[in-house]
Design a protein around this ligand. Structure first.
Ligand code: ADE
Length: 215
């Protein structure tokens, strides 16, 4: 999967996207990243990307021209890529959405900042997602959340065959993963549930099923 990110802050991404599972996915050539600096598409001598909102109000709004120029540049190298826009107004992002996105060959993610963006840009957008009912400073963190959740589902990225299937939210009932324990058996009086030490596979399975719930 090829992922292109349109942002004013490309430096925010590599510490996350070049660590842990994302780094492994890149080394295995299962994913590649490209950053498009929105400033390069800015207007005039000052390479402006934002302007005051029509109708008045506080703050600045991302102008449509730099955004569309950047999207068109990204599309020119990957015409079938889907364009995603993180926004608090979007559809609630979920594991189900991550599963759908993991089948794509290419994604283009736009990271708006400041007070917002010219709404007309959504004519160039395929999907709009909210990562929760709270407001973040910009689209960079939601973009990283979406990328992490998608890339780990690409076949071959995770080690164990069933790692992505076993875990939280992947089952039929949207259940979370059961609690896990490892050595020591007793830490300052906090003991591992006895059934997990019993070696009785059926009982362990039953215990795990019974404990697949949120705290
Ligand atoms: N941009 C700012 N806040 C956001 C959120 N909660 N989800 C997606 N994009 C955002």
């Amino acid at each position: 999967m090829h992922i292109q990110i349109i942002t004013l802050f490309p430096e925010m991404f590599e510490p996350v996207l070049n660590s842990s599972m994302m780094k492994i996915a890149r080394n295995k050539k299962l994913v590649s990243f490209e950053y498009l600096d929105l400033r390069d598409f800015g207007l005039g001598l000052r390479k402006s990307v934002d302007d005051t909102p029509y109708g008045g109000g506080n703050g600045m709004v991302f102008m449509i021209e730099p955004l569309v120029s950047a999207i068109e540049k990204a599309k020119s190298s990957d015409p079938d890529a889907e364009v995603l826009l993180p926004t608090p107004r979007g559809k609630k992002y979920s594991q189900q959405e991550a599963n759908k996105l993991s089948n794509l060959k290419g994604m283009i993610l736009i990271c708006p900042h400041y007070e917002g963006y010219d709404e007309r840009v959504t004519s160039w957008v395929d999907r709009q997602y909210s990562v929760g009912d709270y407001v973040l400073t910009g689209g960079e963190l939601p973009t990283m959340v979406i990328i992490d959740s998608v890339v780990r589902l690409i076949p071959g990225v995770l080690g164990g065959q069933n790692s992505a299937i076993d875990e939280s939210f992947q089952g039929d009932n949207n259940q979370v993963e059961y609690p896990q324990y490892t050595r020591p058996e007793n830490f300052r009086g906090l003991k591992v549930p006895g059934v997990l030490l019993s070696g009785h596979h059926k009982n362990i399975e039953n215990w795990r099923l019974a404990n697949k719930r949120k705290v």
